[in-house]
Design a protein around this ligand. Structure first.
Ligand code: SAM
Length: 284
């Protein structure tokens, strides 16, 4: 396990993933019944952007930093303003110094009766995640394999909810394992919505889509943002999410923020960033 998210926190892929995550939670919360939020690959929960790892790659400069100065701007789509307000709540001054990992972002959205279960396998990351939520009665932190946790923990109580699967794609079989996780989840906890994050690099994401079509899932929305050209199959040109059984009209809500994300996160002066919001399977 070599992957450390601190090198990548706040990059363009995180921005897309976290904007969609917050939108999913807000939509699910339009119904008053409480929900359970589960993460299989949670990371440490918060990232210091002044630390060496973030400074070394500078990835956040091509991600969250491009949106930071727009916070509070009147023309911002409400979902982006909502996401930036959560990031700003960790950065009380003007400087962008801390970036919330998905567990911290999700925690900011939970209502008093909602629950959160977060899994992380790396010992140091899991310890930091435990510290992040120590004493928080709404959050359970597990140091365990996220895929194994899906077998063990589903279905949880409350029965409504959302699962985020956000693996590091270090294993050669990670795409297949992640899709198997979606299938297992949809079987064991069919009332939930699932979000799977993936990188767009070479042909792997097209193969994932083809496999998803054969996976027997009810409804799958594909959300992708490409911020650079795809000439080099070894370089990530963007990232995407597969949303299984997402809340009603989420495609429209996501569609409203994608043009702004594409405009702000374009990474290649010669290739305009492009967005895709499309049903692979379904919808109802
Ligand atoms: N979801 C986080 C966020 O958005 O802030 C980022 C997670 S990062 C992409 C993937 C994490 O999965 C890493 O922290 C890594 O240590 C952890 N990990 C790797 N294999 C795992 C496994 N089998 N089960 C649980 N966590 C794992």
């Amino acid at each position: 396990m070599n992957y450390r998210h601190e090198y990548h926190a706040g990059n363009a892929a995180d921005v897309l993933k976290h904007v969609v995550l917050l939108l999913l939670l807000r939509r699910l919360q339009q119904k008053p019944a409480p929900l359970t939020y589960i993460e299989t690959h949670a990371g440490r929960g918060r990232y210091e952007l002044r630390h060496e790892a973030a400074q070394k790659t500078g990835e956040f400069l091509r991600g969250i930093a491009r949106l930071w100065d727009r916070r509070g701007a009147a023309e911002l789509p409400p979902a982006l303003a909502d996401y930036l307000a959560v990031v700003a709540s960790l950065n009380p001054g003007d400087e962008l110094a801390v970036y919330p990992g998905s567990p911290r972002l999700a925690r900011a959205a939970l209502r008093p009766d909602d629950r959160m279960i977060v899994c992380e396998l790396h010992p140091a990351e899991a310890a930091a995640l435990r510290d992040e939520f120590r004493g928080d009665p709404q959050v359970a932190v597990h140091k365990r394999d996220g895929y194994e946790a899906l077998s063990a923990l589903l279905p949880p109580t409350p029965r409504r909810g959302l699962v985020l699967i956000d693996p590091p794609y270090e294993r050669p079989d990670e795409f297949a394992a992640a899709l198997a996780g979606l299938q297992l989840g949809a079987r064991k906890w069919p009332q939930a919505c699932y979000a799977l994050w993936y990188p767009i690099k070479g042909v792997a994401s097209s193969l994932l889509h083809a496999a998803t079509l054969r996976a027997g899932l009810r409804e799958v929305l594909c959300v992708e943002l490409r911020t650079r050209d795809d000439r080099d199959p070894a370089v990530m040109s963007g990232s995407g999410l597969l949303l299984v059984d997402p809340p009603w009209q989420i495609d429209q809500a996501i569609g409203e923020v994608m043009p702004t994300l594409a405009r702000l996160l374009q990474d290649d002066p010669d290739t305009p960033a492009s967005a895709r919001v499309e049903w692979l399977v379904g919808p109802r």
